[in-house]
Write a protein of this length. Structure first.
Lengths: 258, 422
């Protein structure tokens, strides 16, 4: 593919000041290469939507950013800190990067509020009361403060995912990563989760979102990134991406999902 | 209204929301459908009813008419403590009262806290009034049997006193505010240590003079209390990324699981001397047997806990990591609570096993409950009269009361933690 098409991935949007820099990153799972020399720069307050067929390396890419996966080659710098084997660096980055998973991953043995206050208390060492106040604040932000004392198993999928967003927000992260946050939801619950994410994007949060919700992408994305076969195939503004995709693979993919 | 317009029917009450149909069938129909539906079923019912009636009759006749319970009654102190010096028996009573108070206080305070949590809208209610009775039923049965066996009014009053203390302190525990719970936990732990010290320290009676039920309970409680954390550490070690730690844990677990408990007990008691530096006094037999029981149980606990650890989805750990929790905190706050909750039935099963396996220490010369049952039939008054049936029945009952109580507590704990619900 041409350099021109993918170079759009390395120009930060948002405020123009880069907060995430992924440079020539490769990753293998045994013999399978999940990422091939991937370059991506995300600017402060930018919303980047990543899409692509399954197995294309989208999840691996964002999981490398908070070190749930270790990249084998290249460099990743998050908010000025380079991800290395230094445990302190990893801890520091994870404090600043919130993550929302496809399968929610709420802690089933803790109440909603306990789920949310756990990390602020244990990692940020906040006092119980302060953490609880912050917890109620973020729960109100995702519009389910009344569920605070319930257990995750008592909530609907949409509510659980909103709790997961609130749990990440309670750490007051600078960056939020979303790994297919609506893929495990029943259709009628997708909107409530997307609404929370739109609100978050409009508040100026830096976000990388893996999703196939193209309506959401059109509404809030500053930049679209299309991945296939472990590479970034094409990147650009939503208008450009949806109306004039240049790569054949992008066109095929869009034809299938739109 | 209806008086002036008699032709208008009373308005129908709003329709009740339709629930599932309730099937009510009479006893007669139930019997016919379940026990006498075919000639073959009828035959089975009759035959087994007859067998059951016969067995019940024989057992009841033996227990209430034929059995010579004198052997148990005259030896009740032997069954409880065996060669524990009689002059020091007050220590055991003091310990019993302290433990009863602690247990009552703990149960009461836990109840208050549970109510507070339910009021907050969290926690799973354990429903049913009969539950309280079912929970303590095995203990009540034990108290009743001990009262029947008590030979003096003093002993009977003391047994009753212990029971009343437990009930009284439960009321006290109920009246405490919910936030006092953590102090109550400390108080209960202190009471257990105090009860132990009252018996053994301050000029008390060393382990090797303990016997009967006292020894059985001590071995079981100490065994559970130490083998559980040890087993958890072994399970975590077996999953460690450090090859040395992992190897040590695997070798330990597989070695111990490959050897019968009796062998381990013999080795702990007779072979331990070889491993000690020359000249050191070997620890007492009770201590060595206890070490054997702990080493054995820890290996099994480790495998049970490992099963629990594997049942926790990776996503849980990833979520904890993504929030910035350290590996230690992830294990302590996320992994272990879920893993242990999943294996409560298996864990309690292992502990019930340990409680009963303490009877094996008789092979190394200790006189715990089961050994007493054998020994007392050798007494001049009871020799060669086949009284082992009576003593075994009594001992079996005591084991049953303990095991069944543990089993019920485990089921309660599961309900309380909502296992299978959330």
């Amino acid at each position: 593919m041409s350099e021109v098409l993918t170079s759009a991935a390395t120009v930060p949007g948002g405020t123009g000041e880069p907060i995430i820099e992924v440079m020539d990153v490769s990753k293998w799972f045994d013999d399978f290469q999940a990422l091939k020399d991937v370059n991506l720069t995300v600017g402060r307050q930018e919303v980047v939507v990543v899409c692509g067929p399954s197995g294309s390396g989208k999840s691996t890419l964002i999981r490398c950013i908070n070190r749930l996966e270790k990249h084998d080659k290249g460099r990743i710098v998050v908010d000025g800190i380079e991800l290395s084997d230094d445990i302190r660096n990893i801890g520091e980055i994870r404090r600043e990067v919130g993550m929302v998973f496809q399968s929610f991953n709420l802690f089933p043995h803790l109440t909603v509020l306990e789920n949310i206050t756990l990390a602020p208390r244990q990692v940020r060492r906040k006092a119980k009361k302060e953490a609880q106040e912050k917890g109620m604040e973020v729960l109100t932000r995702v519009q389910i403060p009344e569920q605070a004392t319930k257990y995750p198993g008592q909530l609907s999928g949409g509510q659980q995912q909103r709790v997961a967003i609130a749990r990440a927000l309670a750490m007051e992260p600078k960056i939020m990563l979303f790994d297919e946050p609506t893929s495990a939801l029943d259709p009628e619950m997708i909107k409530e989760v997307l609404d929370a994410m739109v609100e978050l994007a409009q508040s100026g949060m830096t976000m990388i979102v893996i999703t196939h919700e193209m309506g959401f992408a059109r509404e809030v994305a500053d930049r679209m990134v299309f991945m296939a076969d472990a590479e970034i195939v094409e990147a650009g503004t939503p208008e450009h991406f949806f109306q004039n995709p240049r790569e054949e693979r992008t066109k095929q993919f869009l034809a299938q999902i739109l | 209204m209806t008086a002036t317009r008699p032709y208008v029917e009373e308005p129908l009450p709003p329709a009740e929301p339709e629930g599932p149909p309730i099937l009510k069938i009479g006893l007669r129909r139930w019997l016919k459908e379940n026990l006498f539906s075919t000639w073959f079923n009828t035959l089975l019912t009759v035959v087994f009813a007859a067998l059951l009636a016969y067995a019940t009759y024989k057992l009841a006749r033996f227990v209430f008419v034929d059995a010579r319970w004198e052997v148990v009654q005259r030896n009740i102190t032997n069954f409880m403590v065996f060669h524990f010096p009689r002059a020091e028996l007050w220590r055991v009573w003091v310990a019993l009262f302290v433990l009863a108070a602690a247990a009552g206080l703990g149960v009461g305070a836990a109840g208050t806290r549970r109510e507070a949590e339910t009021a907050e809208g969290r926690g799973t209610r354990v429903a049913g009034r009969g539950l309280v009775f079912r929970r303590v039923a095995p203990l009540i049965a034990l108290v009743v049997v001990l009262l029947l066996a008590a030979r003096s009014l003093t002993a009977a009053l003391l047994v009753l006193g212990v029971a009343v203390t437990a009930i009284g302190f439960r009321l006290l525990g109920r009246s405490l505010p919910a936030r006092a719970f953590r102090f109550v936990v400390l108080a209960v732990l202190a009471a257990i240590v105090a009860a132990f010290l009252v018996i053994i320290a301050f000029g008390g009676v060393p382990w090797d003079d303990w016997g009967g039920l006292l020894l059985t309970v001590f071995l079981a409680v100490a065994g559970i209390a130490i083998s559980f954390p040890l087993g958890v550490l072994l399970a975590l070690g077996r999953r460690s990324k450090l090859p040395a730690v992992k190897l040590v844990c695997i070798v330990y677990i597989e070695l111990i699981r490959g050897v019968p408990l009796i062998t381990i007990l013999f080795m702990a008691v007779f072979a331990l001397g070889f491993f000690l530096p020359a000249g050191t006094d070997p620890p007492s037999t009770v201590a060595r047997a206890l070490v054997g029981l702990i080493l054995f149980t820890a290996a099994y606990v480790a495998e049970i806990v490992r099963g629990g650890l594997q049942s926790v989805p990776t996503g849980q750990i990833e979520a904890a990591q993504a929030l910035g929790l350290s590996p230690t905190k992830t294990t302590r706050l996320i992994l272990l609570p879920q893993a242990l909750r999943a294996v409560i039935p298996a864990l309690v099963g292992q502990f019930i096993s340990l409680f009963k396996d303490t009877s094996l220490v008789f092979v190394v010369g200790l006189t715990e409950l089961l050994a007493v049952a054998e020994i007392v039939t050798q007494q001049p008054d009871f020799r060669a009269q086949g009284l082992i049936v009576e003593t075994l029945l009594f001992v079996a009952f005591v084991y049953w009361a303990g095991s069944y109580w543990m089993s019920r507590e485990s089921q309660r704990l599961e309900q309380r933690l909502g296992v299978g619900i959330r």
